[in-house]
Design a protein around this ligand. Sequence first.
Ligand SMILES: [Fe+2]
Ligand SMILES: [Fe+2]
Length: 239
Amino acid sequence: MYQVPQITDSVYYVGVNDRMKERFENVWSIPSGVAYNAYLIVDEKTTLIDTVDVCYSDIFFHKLDLILQGRPVDYLIINHMEPDHGGSIGLLRQRYPDMQIVGNKKTFDMLSGFHGITTGLHEVKSGDALRIGSHEFSFLMAPMVHWPEVMFTYEQSNRLLFSADAFGSFGALSGHIFDSHLTDRQSYLDEMVRYYACVIGKYGPFVKKALANIDKQGLDIEYVCPSHGVVWTREGFAD
Ligand SMILES: [Fe+2]
Ligand SMILES: [Fe+2]
């Protein structure tokens, strides 16, 4: 049976691959596809970080079902509302009507516009925390990396940084989720640079500001979990 990849014991990778699209955002060619990443943390409360492009929601929901075995999703943290990540929010709310949606004020303005959702919201600001059992999340606003509502989420016990499109890459994932397992590392890094240059690069000053904020907070990071491409590990960075 299919095993959903895990980052740690209680943190699952529930993203999907898109190998059909010819051009990302109808502009940039993606010959090796792209991954839309989402992550599920299972604790006293179950918490999802981001969703996927609605075209792939069936696969996404199948993965959630395999892990949750009938439990609901209690929280959805939205780091970024662009449809490649927020596209399945409406369907997710239909499946889990009591699910609380965690985001900032700008997230919720967009959530209302995109999905007509205005209830069951849990608003956060930089420095706020959310405990779901043994895991605790904190939030850092990262406006204009590369949309105004973007935020990063940090999980303390496993030292995970969920970084939205920052540190993302073009390229579907081929049977692995960690950078340390890449077999074609150089071509993958080239795709990461191309993603940054095409999608994020012109927002460079905002990326630098977000990195400075991470530094200022002294976050100890073991894994960087972006919304596209591999999960970056200390082991992989050391290479
Ligand atoms: Fe984006
Ligand atoms: Fe994205």
